[in-house]
Design a protein around this ligand. Structure first.
Ligand code: NAP
Length: 493
């Protein structure tokens, strides 16, 4: 339908002699769908709701319960549906059944066949379903599309569910027709080029949160490490050494302590790769050289790490609020009170401890608040309304404020206890001290990079300046330079 409007009869009626279904006129474009399953039903509903006539072609139309396809959708044999649809036909079948359509080759010739199928394995290295369909019907124009939209999202309409439809084809005219149709149905088409892109498009529904694997594994390993360490230090060793029973701490206290440590280290790991990038650029004297793969990969996962850090911090806040609700806390309070009464202590107020607890609570609450703003701005709907300057301020400026507040929170928690030998039973330092190492390194590194001599040199490099040393090295080695996308560093300077 190149250059045309779907509302004009570019997808013209073929003059089928069936009576017009209610709400349609003979001039409405007719779309054909082969197959009468779940996807076909939802697709037909959406097409009819978009003002199009739909012919659903089945191997046995009489067998289909009429109630499944409401008025406005015409159930026909496969041959009638294909012949009746002037231009666009969806193949809502599983690819293993495509060969059953070869008898329709002549009627399908010159028509646009939309392949909606999904792959069954990732990286199979074989031809895609759409490519095989194109081989099977060389006289038809195959377009890949709609496989990333579920039957549910089609029924619900474009308001709910994912709106983006990935489309590709070797025939630009046919692709334009399907793109126009997609818009008319209320979805957002995304043109991915020729039919070879269908290999990737078909695999999209098989990917389960592809960018989250590494960050989730990192958080899981951090959790295991800190939980194991706390278990050893607070539960196992006291039990083995003195028969002390602290196992009751496992479900809540130890989890809470672990979550706080994981949140802190994960937040530091969001800003650490930016420091590496800055140091690398300064030592190379250029920004026009690719980072090592591991650093590129780490930088691309900062958003996920930040959101997981936020999740751990939020859980830590909820766990902390519940600490005093536990039976164990009640008994401990009663026992302490009883001991003080026995010892004749009338006033147990310790001014220093009052300040300590208020300061660490306050810095923790503020840190969580700033982290919440960061998490909210990482949502596309919020981030999209910010300009680049605002986004950088929030993600970098507020990010470092959140990290600083979290470090201060941990320091107030620790107070001066770290200076007493009693803080190191079995020669093991407290968990919060271990968790503070990486965030402190990041903050010191950031201050170091803010020193005028270094900040000036880095700013120059990021504006495109290259040191003569780099020029020389390039001439000597004859190496080519790669441009690194600016979004990968800007959050750190
Ligand atoms: P389905 O409910 O099983 O429907 C498939 C249709 O294929 C059947 O209704 C049948 O139609 C026809 N068929 C079945 N066996 C056949 C055979 N031996 N020979 C020829 N035709 C046969 O499957 P579906 O969920 O609608 O999926 C259809 C396609 O859409 C698949 O390629 C799937 O990957 C894709 N898809 C589905 C969804 C979804 O949410 N369901 C989402 C994205 C993509 P007739 O009996 O009327 O001939």
């Amino acid at each position: 339908m190149p250059g045309g409007d779907m509302k004009t009869p570019l997808l013209v009626d073929t003059g089928s002699d069936s009576p017009e279904p209610p709400g349609h006129s003979p001039g409405d474009p007719v779309i054909g769908i082969i197959g009468s399953g779940d996807f076909s039903r939802s697709l037909a509903l959406r097409l009819v709701a978009s003002g199009l006539r739909v012919f659903v072609g089945s191997r046995n139309p009489k067998r289909i319960a009429r109630g499944l396809f409401p008025d406005g959708i015409e159930l026909k044999s496969q041959m009638e549906a294909v012949a009746g649809a002037e231009r666009v036909i969806f193949t809502a079948l599983y690819p293993e059944h495509y060969h059953t359509l070869v008898g329709l080759r002549d009627v399908l010739a010159g028509k646009v066949l939309v392949d909606v199928s999904n792959a069954t394995k990732v990286n199979s290295g074989e031809l895609s379903n759409a490519e095989r369909l194109a081989e099977l019907f060389p006289q038809s124009r195959v377009v890949k599309g709609f496989n990333v939209i579920s039957a549910w999202a089609l029924q619900a309409g474009a308001q709910d569910g994912n709106k983006q439809v990935l489309i590709c084809s070797d025939c630009p005219d046919s692709k334009a027709t399907v793109i126009q149709l997609t818009r008319r149905m209320g979805f957002s088409p995304l043109d991915l080029g020729g039919l070879s892109a269908s290999r990737d498009i078909e695999e999209v529904p098989l990917h389960l949160f592809p960018s989250w694997g590494g960050p989730i594994l990192t958080i899981f390993l951090l959790f295991l490490f800190f939980y194991g360490y706390s278990f050893l230090r607070h539960v196992l060793l006291p039990y083995l050494a003195h028969g002390e029973n602290n196992f009751y701490q496992l479900p809540l206290e130890i989890v809470n302590q672990t979550l706080s440590a994981v949140a802190l280290v994960a937040l530091a790991s969001v800003y650490l790769p930016g420091l590496f990038a800055a140091l690398l650029q300064m030592s190379r004297g250029t920004k026009y050289k690719r980072f090592p793969g591991w650093l590129d990969c780490w930088m691309c996962r900062r958003k996920e790490l930040g959101l997981l850090s936020f999740l751990c911090a939020a859980l830590h806040a909820v766990y902390s609020m519940c600490l005093s609700l536990r039976r164990a806390a009640g008994y401990t309070l009663l026992n302490t009170a009883y001991r003080q009464v026995k010892a004749g202590v009338e006033n147990s107020w310790v001014e220093q401890q009052v300040w300590r607890s208020d300061l660490y609570l306050s810095s923790g609450i503020l840190g969580l608040g700033v982290l919440t703003v960061l998490a909210l701005t990482s949502l596309p709907s919020v981030g999209n309304v910010l300009n680049w300057r605002e986004f950088t301020f929030v993600q970098s400026g507020l990010g470092y404020i959140a990290l600083t507040l979290s470090v201060v929170h941990a320091l107030f928690f620790g107070w001066d206890f770290a200076f007493f030998p009693s803080a190191y039973p079995y020669y093991l330092p407290p968990v919060y001290l271990l968790a503070l190492i990486l965030p402190c390194v990041v903050l010191v590194g950031r201050v170091f990079l803010a020193l005028p001599c270094l900040a000036f040199r880095l700013a120059k490099i990021r504006r495109g300046w290259e040191s003569s040393r780099h020029h020389l090295a390039q001439t000597d080695e004859g190496e080519s330079s790669g441009i690194v996308p600016p979004s990968d560093f800007n959050d750190d300077v």
